[in-house]
Design a protein around this ligand. Structure first.
Ligand SMILES: C[S@@+](CC[C@H](N)C(=O)[O-])C[C@H]1O[C@@H](n2cnc3c(N)ncnc32)[C@H](O)[C@@H]1O
Length: 400
């Protein structure tokens, strides 16, 4: 048994979404259905229906990433009011109601199994939740064979206060990031790009972002929130930048106001959104249609060091960028070695690679010789890694 279905359609927006079941004669529906019939995943489609049924219709192993913001199962006890007696606009919708934890767990198991089936072997999933549900979700993820990679804490810059003053302010949500299995290899994590964007410091698992307010918040015709739990687009953008590449297909089984689709479109990813409330789906479609994608060059995945072609130091010497017999220094001017014609370095009686000699000079077990050694050019020290970059650019140009 699942939580009872939300009743009223909320928004008077013209439907342009894929409807399954009745009323499915529209063109986007046909296109998406044709693709599914051919065993291909739909692209940039919003499918109105129950996600457990719709996940089973998708081709197996077709998506690169899943973001899921499932019902929280908030278990609210009566209306909540502020000290001035105004009523708090809490999540009390039918879609968030489950008879008990057992019903919620069966629902969670079913949709997570469906999402896992739709994931490519190297795809990953992020599920967001609060203390009401995330621990149950985490245990079920592990039971189903997912492999947890991180839990990320989204610390809210502007959380709702605790009006009753009986608990701490609930100021964060937790996102669990998991691979399809412990054996999954080659999942996307744009480590170097994230580090570069974080002033060359490793990206951390605690994120500080505001909740969705102001102009970003979708409103209905009466100026009320169109969706009670619209997530900030910045959160989705960061996730997509971290765990997907341009052109990837992203699945969101609880599409709501379409935040995942809006972020996907902006970042030139594709999406499939599943949502059982036709009003939310229509609002999402209108929202996404108005999104302008960033320039392709701005969202293209930066080449990682590992994906770059290997350049031996010998090639740098052969290209005349470092001359045999030339002195190499470390950045602080404490250590010196000499370049040999065969691409090795000498330090006293020792001969070895740029890495070995760098490690020997410092008395360390390992060293990245590319970033350690420098040569003097026009009175300044230039890192030999710059010469490697020159060689790589020439290789790329030759390959084009
Ligand atoms: C927490 S909200 C997601 C909000 C979304 N991330 C956003 O930014 O707008 C959960 C959504 O899932 C939908 N939903 C709940 N149960 C569903 C089901 N079984 N199948 C499809 N959609 C469902 C609800 O209608 C609701 O819009």
């Amino acid at each position: 048994m699942r939580g009872s279905r939300a009743g009223a359609t909320r928004l008077p927006v013209q439907l342009q979404v894929l409807r399954t079941g009745r009323n499915e004669a529209r063109r986007p529906a046909t296109l998406a259905k044709d693709r599914i019939a051919k065993g291909e995943p739909p692209r940039d489609a919003i499918i109105v229906g129950d996600c457990i049924d719709e996940l089973a219709r998708l081709p197996e192993a077709c998506v690169d990433f899943v973001f899921a913001d499932p019902p929280y199962n908030l278990q609210l006890e009566g209306a909540l009011s502020r000290p001035d007696q105004s009523v708090v606009d809490a999540v009390d919708d039918d879609w968030d109601k489950f008879a008990d934890f057992g019903v919620y767990d069966s629902f969670t198991r079913a949709w997570l199994a469906g999402a896992r089936r739709a994931m490519k072997p190297d795809a990953t999933i992020v599920v967001i939740g609060s203390y009401h549900n995330i621990f149950r979700v985490g245990a079920i993820l592990q039971d189903l064979g997912f492999w947890i990679l991180n839990d990320i804490v989204w610390r809210k810059a502007n959380p709702m206060p605790n009006f009753r003053g009986r608990r701490f302010t609930n100021a964060h949500e937790t996102m669990i990031w998991a691979a399809r299995s412990a054996e999954a290899k080659g999942y996307t994590f744009n480590y170097e790009a994230l580090k570069a964007g974080n002033e060359d410091t490793q990206a951390r698992s605690d994120w500080f972002l505001p909740i969705c307010t102001g102009a970003e918040r979708l409103k209905d015709a009466n100026g009320r929130k169109a969706h009670p739990t619209q997530k900030p687009e910045a959160l989705l953008q960061r996730l997509l930048v971290a765990a997907t590449n341009a052109g990837d297909l992203v699945l969101d089984p609880f599409f709501g106001s379409g935040t995942t689709g809006a972020a996907a479109r902006r970042l030139r990813r594709h999406f499939i959104g599943l949502e059982r409330d036709a009003g939310y789906a229509a609002a999402a479609r209108a929202r996404i249609d108005a999104v302008e994608a960033f320039a392709p060059e701005a969202v293209a995945t930066a080449p990682t060091r590992r994906s770059e072609p290997r350049v031996p130091f010998l090639s740098v010497v052969e290209a005349g960028l470092v001359k045999p017999g030339e002195t190499l220094h470390d950045g602080a001017g404490r250590h010196r070695a000499m370049a040999r014609v065969d691409g090795a370095l000498t330090l006293g009686p020792a001969i070895g690679s740029i890495h070995k000699i760098g490690a020997l000079a410092q008395g360390l077990p390992a060293c990245n010789g590319w970033t350690f050694w420098h040569v003097e050019r026009a009175g300044k020290l230039v890192c030999i890694d710059d010469f490697r970059a020159v060689m790589r650019a020439a290789m790329r140009e030759a390959a084009e």
